[in-house]
Design a protein around this ligand. Structure first.
Ligand SMILES: O=C(CO)COP(=O)(O)O
Length: 717
């Protein structure tokens, strides 16, 4: 249900003069000439004496005037009061009722509040009803009880719920600068909505706008507004500043209201399930809220120490294997390496493709552990068919929905207006993969999670299909299970070569999280790349407790709140003149921040041998790596855990071009630190590279690097 946002500015007994109030309104006009009323309602509550004088200027901004209070009486001998009818008579259509300052400083009771609401209902004045608990009540665990009590007094008086807005304002957050966290506000407001659902009706609960109030500012509002049960704000101190308009504009362009129904319809028409829709709704909501996706240095602490693989002391427990699933992510196409099919169909070494090696690894693990280890793949629409065909020669691996589930697809978003992208020339271009963070909703939505849990599977080891170092390791599995962690990430130590990639860190509460380069503000880039400070990176080898995953889904209304990355592209990737779109993605490793008590383990580099480019592929095919008996690819012992760095000329980006570079097989890289190739070159048989070597040919026609040993030099051909 999409509700229109509503922002209130409660000036209280401020500013000191009407002149200042007028100046403030003029400042606002400079930054936002007019609020778009179709997207957001903005109500301003000046001191009562000024309401009528200021009203025209307020309305000229596309806002409405709201009283801060109203009497419970009709006209008569009530010195100092005014009636709901007086408000309407002056064309003031709104009033606050029950603000905590009225309750605590002027002794207003729940019964007074209820009577005032009744009067407004009778006359037809819109009410922003304020509720909320004190610090003492929160600390005593009474938050929900207090809110329910305050609401219960009013509910019988309400006949027309379309004239009621709630403002949840925790008293301890008002004017203190101590804002409720988005999670705290969301949890309480979800409980308020649930209560209304039970006490009134689902329909009323669905439509009721609930504002959050208490130290809202331009800095914290974007994150708060991403929460599904926060429909706007009641702002005090920050509404007395010119920057109040930043709050209005961060909330204002309610694309959720305008556009979401179109996305929902499109996804339903495409046959996507509710979980996929909920996941995309979350990511789209983050996009249009303008929430700050940056993680500045000030919000982080480095992770100093972590358990290390070599020091694990738990006694490996083979019984756990029966409850464990090995899952390989296999949704990627090899387009980046010039392949039009699943990347895992690329021959890696000795004629084996990734998939061959994976199948053989599983067979060898089953033999080693004498158990029928459960294995599955997450495919995408583009890889499913090819993969299943290629794996049909390994029938023991499983078939159909026992072997795979398929990743969802997400609509591309038109960059200019946030609408669903359209491309009638080829509608398949209107969709994109939602990133491997889709693992979780795809597992849930396909029914796989439930099926696995029912069959008694509890633990999952996930890795990318292009990482041939990621095999089932009983020592790690036992450590993970005995630690009781709901989620564990295998991390490796960052070297200089990894400094541009993301890193593990801790938030100020001590929870683990990942920071990717796109999430690092420019001024913190130096610290981001400081591998001595941020020592670990995510290998995407993850361990997940499936029962905890199910719990997390339930706690978050069916969509894990993962950080959202947006990639700017064109709708037809090959046509750079086609419509500009945004593709929204989440990453599976980022889920570490969703699980309380998640942990990480430092693993040796041997468990991390991904092939992302032809540079990696050339290194992997060389003698710097060995294919073990159990079909794992490991670095040769001479390498001391450090892979060689290969940097080929851009002309070797695709595998077929790379084959032409090494017609006689790869050079020996056993003792190579770094190999750079510039220009068209072929390697003769028996070339040995040691240390750092650059091979250059600027002639334009291919030249051969003759057999021999090359050590720490630049060779000009
Ligand atoms: O009381 C409030 C709005 O009604 C909140 O005040 P602050 O935003 O100053 O905390």
């Amino acid at each position: 249900m999409s509700r229109k946002f509503i922002v209130g500015g409660n000036w209280k007994c401020n500013p000191a003069s009407m002149k200042e109030a007028n100046t403030l309104l003029k400042e606002w006009k400079k930054s936002l000439p007019s609020v778009d009323k179709s997207k957001v309602d903005v109500v301003i509550c000046p001191p009562a004496l000024w309401m009528t004088t200021l009203s025209p200027a307020i309305e000229a901004l596309g806002m409405q005037t709201c009283a801060q209070n109203v009497g419970k009486n009709d006209a008569g001998a009530f010195t100092g009061e005014w009636t709901a009818a007086n408000l309407l008579d002056l064309n003031i259509k709104w009033t606050l009722i029950g603000h905590s300052e009225r309750r605590t400083k002027y002794g207003e009771t729940d019964a007074d509040v209820a009577e005032k609401v009744a009067k407004c209902q009778e006359i037809g004045v819109n009410v922003i009803l304020c509720i909320g608990e004190t610090l003492e009540e929160r600390e005593g665990g009474k938050t929900d009880e207090v809110n329910k009590r305050q609401l219960a007094a009013v509910i019988p008086k309400v006949k027309d719920w379309s004239k009621i807005v709630l403002a949840y304002e925790p008293v301890w957050a008002i004017g203190t600068g101590k804002v409720a966290t988005p999670e705290q506000a969301e949890e309480t407001q979800a409980a308020i909505r649930a209560y209304i659902k039970g006490a009134v009706s689902s329909d009323v609960a669905d439509k009721l706008q609930i504002q959050y109030g208490g130290s809202v500012s331009p800095d914290n509002c974007a994150e708060l507004i991403t929460k599904p049960n926060i429909d706007g704000f009641l702002v005090g101190g920050a509404s007395l500043k010119p920057t109040f308009m930043e709050i209005v504009s961060k909330v204002g362009p309610s694309k959720m209201v305008d556009m979401w129904p179109k996305f929902e319809e499109k996804m339903k028409k495409e046959g996507l399930n509710d979980t996929a829709i909920a996941a995309f709704k979350y990511t789209y909501g983050v996009l249009v809220s303008g929430a700050d996706v940056m993680i500045p240095e000030s919000k982080l602490d480095p992770v100093e120490k972590l358990p290390e693989y070599e020091k694990l002391r738990e006694k490996p427990d083979p019984r756990l294997l029966k409850k464990t699933l090995i899952l390989k992510l296999n949704g990627g196409l090899g387009t980046g390496m010039g392949l039009e099919k699943a990347k895992s169909l690329l021959p890696v070494t000795q004629g084996f493709t990734f998939l061959d090696l994976i199948a053989k690894q599983v067979a060898s693990m089953r033999k080693e552990f004498k158990t029928d280890l459960k294995f599955m793949l997450m495919n995408s629409f583009s890889t499913s068919q090819d993969t299943l065909e290629a794996l049909s020669k390994y029938p023991d691996l499983g078939t159909g929905s026992d072997l795979e589930f398929v990743q969802n697809k997400a609509p591309k978003v038109t960059a200019s207006d946030m609408s669903p992208a359209e491309w009638s020339a080829d509608s398949s271009h209107e969709w994109c993969p939602p990133g491997h963070g889709d693992l979780y909703p795809a597992m849930l939505g396909s029914g796989t999670l439930e099926k696995l849990l029912k069959k008694g599977y509890r633990y999952m080891f996930v890795s990318n299909s292009d990482n041939l170092g990621a095999t089932m390791d009983l020592k790690i599995l036992t450590h993970f299970v005995q630690s009781g962690a709901p989620f564990m990430m295998e991390v490796a130590e960052r070297t200089d070569a990894d400094k541009k990639g993301g890193h593990l860190a801790k938030d100020k509460a001590g929870g683990l999280l990942l920071r990717e380069s796109a999430q690092c503000p420019e001024e913190d880039e130096k610290e981001f790349q400081n591998v001595g400070k941020y020592k670990f990176f995510n290998t995407n080898n993850l361990w997940v407790d499936l029962a905890a995953l199910k719990r997390e889904f339930r706690r978050n209304d069916g969509a894990l709140p993962l950080p959202v990355m947006k990639n700017g592209k064109t709708v037809d990737p090959r046509d750079k003149a086609s419509t500009k779109v945004l593709q929204l993605e989440t990453a599976m490793g980022a889920a570490i921040q969703c699980f309380e008590g998640a942990s990480a383990l430092v693993i040796p580099r041997s468990r991390f041998a991904p092939v992302k480019t032809t540079n990696d592929l050339l290194a992997l095919r060389s003698d710097a790596y060995k294919l073990t008996e159990d079909f794992t690819i490991v670095l040769a012992p001479e390498r001391d855990g450090v892979p060689p760095e290969v940097k080929l000329d851009g002309m070797y980006k695709f595998t077929d071009a790379m084959e032409k570079l090494i017609p006689n097989g790869p050079p020996s890289l056993l003792h190579c630190k770094k190999l750079v190739v510039e220009g068209p070159v072929t390697f003769a048989k028996d070339v040995i590279i040691k240390g750092t070597v650059t091979v250059k040919n600027s002639s334009g026609t291919s030249k051969e690097l003759a057999a021999g040993t090359y050590e720490d030099k630049t060779v000009e051909l």
